[in-house]
Design a protein around this ligand. Structure first.
Ligand code: FAD
Ligand code: NAI
Length: 475
């Protein structure tokens, strides 16, 4: 007899494991199936985010930032650090430890919440009598059943046509996080989030980094003023970003990669590098899911079709996270996971897509929530803008990092906050205040009238809100 569950979650990334925990909290018998293997073949739940995404990339960003500080900024504080070296193997081992702590943490949470974990690939077998049979192919093969199925199978890196990832010289995000020695020359294709974060890691460690971007604009989804400020900082750091290129033939050999491309002026160029990271977006993953067995519908991009509530074309089958429409972000996947578990319990789960924050963890960091100035113009919304530079913030001066600004966009009539955009130190943390404010439909004046600790970077948020009404106090 197959084990019967109320809810079976396929995929144990941030969407899946959080959905499983929330469903268990709500009193359901829950199974979560995840196939990710660690180096020893054991379970490694947490998905892309934990294993080859958010967590390991932030570990390497931290290590490389320490290295850059020791080399370039300690001297400003009167600290002599001579002969600073990077032990890449040790840095990668630390990153692997951080990943394992997170894998183990999820296994612990499954036990704590009485979620039954299956290590293996889950696939639809059949639908019968109001339940779905799911085959689990792991160390052994077994079948389980679920009244509700939540598909959270994530996404994979998109390859350039005809240029498969070998993870030796042509790297996806996976290989990019495992480079064993600092490459002399590194190229990245795509100056999106991964391009900028991974390009920053290896540049800080000494690689000569060039990013080739197809679009003529830098970070087109980001508020123009903020993107411009960020680009200025990256140029100063020596991160070479070529916009408006057309990538041609890519030849990969054991010794390196040669990339032919046409630059924005239409001139033929070629770049010879030790490693190439391809970071041109991700594709939804339904490999091996066997959705055809039950008639699960996909769109033309391969994403599972869902409505606003994450319901698929099939009764009681839900899909969340990177495998469906919307931004490919861990916190968006988590919010959808919680909302679906609550909907299964008959509650009113809710995800507000208008207040999903974005963060790019470069230095300076870039963070935003809500609409950009260019979007407000396109939408014909009358707005007021207020900006405040970190140059005029006491804490930023004390930190020795005054790059960037905070920018508020508020409705011209009602003063409701429509968007907040930041570039600068630790803005990944500052953005939460703006998210809370927008969730509570605050006005810029609300933030301007709230007491912020001094000296803190968050005073730049208050001052930018004051700037909407043209009454900054410190600038
Ligand atoms: P995933 O995390 O991809 O998890 C899916 C899981 O399902 C995987 O473990 C997979 O093995 C498993 N699976 C798939 N098919 C099956 C099957 N048939 N049976 C069993 N298991 C299966 N987002 C952020 O918000 N912040 C960041 O800082 C950030 N940094 C990133 C850095 C990089 C380099 C990358 C690549 C991504 C980053 N992301 C970040 C994006 C984030 O990782 C994803 O949005 C998030 O992981 C999506 O979660 P998910 O649960 O939908 O899917
Ligand atoms: P991306 O969508 O952020 O950026 C891809 C870039 O590649 C775009 O600028 C695009 O114009 C460019 N591009 C596409 N095809 C090209 C081509 N043929 N030649 C040249 N340029 C080309 O995708 P990325 O960086 O791969 O990351 C994938 C996703 O992972 C992100 O969109 C994000 O959702 C998630 N992520 C989130 C992070 C965070 O939250 N800090 C960090 C890293 C990834």
């Amino acid at each position: 007899m197959s084990q019967a569950f109320d809810v079976v979650v396929i995929g144990g990334g941030p969407g899946g494991y959080i959905a499983a925990i929330r469903a268990a909290q709500l009193g359901f018998q829950v199974a979560c199936i995840d196939e990710w293997k660690n180096g020893k073949g054991g379970p490694a739940p947490g998905g892309t985010c934990t294993n080859v995404g958010c967590i390991p990339s932030k570990a390497l960003l931290q290590s490389s930032e320490h290295f850059e500080h020791a080399n370039k900024h300690f001297a400003d504080h009167g600290i002599t650090a001579s002969d600073v070296k990077i032990d890449v193997a040790k840095m990668l081992a630390r990153k692997d430890t951080v990943v394992k702590q997170n894998n183990d943490g999820i296994l612990y949470l499954f036990k704590k919440n009485k979620v039954t974990f299956f290590h293996g690939r889950g696939s639809f077998a059949k639908a019968e009598g109001g339940v779905y049979e799911i085959k689990v192919a792991g160390a052994k093969e077994e079948a389980i059943t679920g009244k509700h199925i939540i598909v959270a199978t994530g996404s994979n890196a998109r390859a350039l046509p005809g240029v498969p990832f070998d993870e030796e010289t042509v790297l996806s995000n996976d290989g990019a996080l495992r480079v064993g020695a600092v490459p002399k020359k590194l190229a990245l294709i795509g100056s999106g989030v991964i391009g900028l974060e991974m390009g920053s890691v290896w540049r800080r460690l000494g690689a000569d980094v060039t990013i080739l971007e197809g679009l003529p604009t830098f970070l087109g989804a980001v508020d123009e003023q903020i993107a411009k400020e960020a680009k200025k900082a990256f140029d100063k750091q020596g991160l070479k970003i070529e916009l408006g290129v057309k990538v041609g033939e890519v030849k990969a050999g054991k010794a390196g990669v040669s990339v032919a491309y046409t630059n924005a002026k239409g001139e033929a160029q070629s770049l010879d590098v030790d490693k190439l990271i391809v970071s041109i977006g991700r594709v939804p993953n339904t490999i091996g899911l066997n959705g055809e067995a039950v008639g699960l519908k996909l769109d033309e991009r391969g994403a599972i079709i869902v409505d606003d509530d994450c319901k698929t074309s099939l009764p009681n089958v839900w899909a969340i996270g990177d495998v469906v429409r919307g931004p490919m972000l861990a916190h968006k996947a988590e919010e959808e996971g919680v909302a679906v578990a609550e909907r299964i319990a008959g509650q009113h789960g809710h995800v507000n897509f208008d207040t999903v924050p974005w963060v790019i963890y470069t230095s300076p960091e870039i963070a935003w929530v809500g609409r950009t100035e260019q979007q407000l113009k396109a939408d014909g919304v009358a707005y007021k803008a207020g900006t405040f530079p970190f140059l005029a913030n006491g804490r930023a001066r004390a930190l020795g990092d005054t790059t960037g600004m905070v920018k508020f966009l508020a409705d011209a009539k009602t003063d409701e906050i429509l968007g907040v955009h930041m570039v600068g130190p630790q803005v990944s943390e500052l953005i939460s205040e703006a998210v809370v404010a927008m969730e509570f439909k605050a006005s810029a004046e609300d933030i301007a009238r709230i007491c912020h600790a001094h000296p803190s970077l968050s005073e730049a948020t208050k001052e930018a809100a004051l700037a909407v009404d043209k009454r900054t106090l410190n600038f």
